[in-house]
Write a protein that binds this ligand. Structure first.
Ligand code: ADP
Ligand code: GLC
Length: 483
């Protein structure tokens, strides 16, 4: 099959979270299964800074945005043996961040990503590359299914192309004022309840959900949750309309990239069969973060975007308890101003058992996974979560709230299934602290802890099984095109 991945971030070119991991690892697995896979993303400053052996391409596109024709150039690179195309437009993508700053989103994101979506479709024709399936990810690419259905419905070039739209996070919907429609080159016929209109605004995610041949999301539990008013973010009704075409497929982890046996970012390599090196990783991390290099103190790690999603409200309430307990806490994160301020405050209080590291640091993250005994993800909601899967692989026992993909991957003793971590259900500081206390107690029994750690390290959350499920879904999407 010829499969095109369209995404706003892809590892190692540009990354703010797990989306980038998925849009690199799934294509790699599909390529190994024998498919012709290609990837397209914007050419951000971050991509340019990274090098990546990028070459200038010859193809250019011109698309109507904001009432004028905007030009874009395509550059080329590769991810292993997968061709990667990068859409360049200095006005839209040469910026410090991908989507906005700590203060908020860039105000012209609708123009930036409408330009990207239209540019992608234009490029495919210019290259004469007709994918069997276009796999789009999150609201930034949601215009593609919509344009293919409405604007290009009669276009023979795309008539047999199936579109799969994956929701990685329903809370980010691409909501814009009505007036932005024209900016995106869309007329008022798009502004109705069966299309983009959503409480008087334009909702791009809604357009993607209603127009794609199939919709997927990134775990089975999240798939059920988003069909309820509690976690449906106002789109549970819209998802209900597409219920028959909505599938939950658990993400996998790139086991080549995330492997403590070969990871060059950590102090000492180790594996499930020879885990002794992990002690050196803990010591190295403690020293580098200015924590006491004590082997017997349980070290709890957090690597996270700083948003309400990730449970920082609970953590904030528990900080005094963490500061006075016999444990160490290593936090790495960046994101919303509110939580950045919170972390600055924690740092300023100067508890000597808590290390706060602000920023996006791909070299420090693996050191935290490798050096931690426990990895914390007290998320309010979590579509899938890759952090807990990385932690499992690196022998950091995950402690998670039972929601979304966390509920599908982490199990505590007594829950049925092989225990590999600690869980809590109620979104309260008390419930979180209860799980922390159980983990700290379990840590005291060294023999049992090693067993728990090793069991986590040998869980299989690789992409193999899920990539097969996507293959099936692609075939289903093609079936809808009469193929
Ligand atoms: P989300 O996509 O919601 O942020 P995931 O758990 O799916 O959550 O994926 C997070 C990914 O981003 C992981 O690969 C994690 O290691 C990485 N990550 C998150 N925050 C940082 C950070 N501050 N520095 C480096 N890597 C980070
Ligand atoms: C989103 C979700 C996260 C998921 C990731 C990759 O960022 O917040 O839970 O793992 O996408 O699908």
């Amino acid at each position: 099959m010829k499969i095109l991945f369209v995404a706003s971030e892809v590892t190692p070119f540009a990354k703010t979270g797990g989306l980038a991991d998925v849009t690199a690892a799934l294509p790699k697995t599909l390529k190994r299964l024998g498919h012709d896979v290609r990837i397209i993303l914007p050419f951000y400053s971050e991509v340019e800074r990274g090098g990546h052996g990028i070459r200038k391409g010859r193809k250019s596109v011109e698309v109507p945005i904001g009432g004028v024709m905007k030009k874009g150039l395509f550059r080329h690179s590769t991810l292993g043996d997968i061709p990667v195309y990068l859409l360049e437009n200095r006005e839209y993508f040469s910026r410090d961040h991908l989507y906005g700053t700590a203060k908020g989103e860039y105000p012209d994101n609708h123009r930036r990503f409408a330009f990207f979506c239209r540019g992608v479709l234009d490029l495919l024709k210019k290259m004469d590359f007709r994918p069997d399936v276009i796999h789009c990810h999150d609201w930034q690419t949601a215009l593609i299914p919509l344009l293919l259905k409405r604007e290009k419905g009669e276009d023979l070039f795309f008539r047999k192309t199936g579109v799969v739209f994956t929701i990685h996070n329903l809370a980010y919907q691409g909501l814009f004022p009505k007036e932005t429609l024209a900016d995106m080159g869309l007329d008022s016929s798009y502004f109705n309840i069966d299309c983009l209109e959503y409480y008087g605004k334009v909702n791009l995610m809604k357009g993607g959900i209603l127009s794609a041949d199939l919709i997927t999301t990134v775990s089975e539990t999240y798939c059920r949750e988003i069909q309820t008013p509690e976690l449906g973010d106002g789109l549970d009704g819209v998802l209900g309309v597409r219920k028959a075409d909505l599938h939950g497929v658990l993400n996998g982890l790139d086991y080549e990239l995330w492997d403590p046996e070969t990871d060059r970012n950590i102090y000492k390599n180790y594996s499930a069969h020879a885990p002794a090196g992990k002690a050196a990783d803990k010591k190295g991390l403690q020293k580098s973060l200015g924590l006491e290099p004590a082997a017997d103190l349980p070290l709890i790690g957090i690597v996270s975007r700083l948003t309400a999603q990730k449970g920082f409200d609970l953590l904030a309430e528990l900080m005094p308890k963490f500061a006075e307990s016999r444990l160490q806490l290593a936090i790495l994160g960046t994101g919303d101003e509110k939580y950045l301020n919170l972390l600055q405050e924690i740092k300023a209080r100067g508890a000597d058992n808590i290390s706060v590291n602000i920023g996006f640091h791909p070299d420090l993250a693996p050191k935290i996974y490798a050096g931690s005994d426990i990895f914390l993800m007290p998320s309010h909601y979590e579509p899938c979560g890759l952090g807990q899967m990385i932690a499992l692989r690196y022998g950091a026992v995950p402690l998670v709230r039972k929601t979304g993909g966390l509920a599908d991957t982490v199990f505590e003793e007594g829950e049925g299934g092989e225990p590999n971590g600690f869980t809590f259900e109620e979104y309260t500081p008390e419930a979180l602290w209860g799980a922390v206390s159980r983990a700290l107690q379990a840590f005291e029994d060294k023999v049992a802890w090693k067993k728990l750690m090793r069991r986590g390290m040998t869980c299989d959350y690789s992409w193999d099984a899920s990539a097969r499920k996507y293959e099936e879904l692609y075939r289903l999407a093609l079936g809808k095109k009469g193929r």
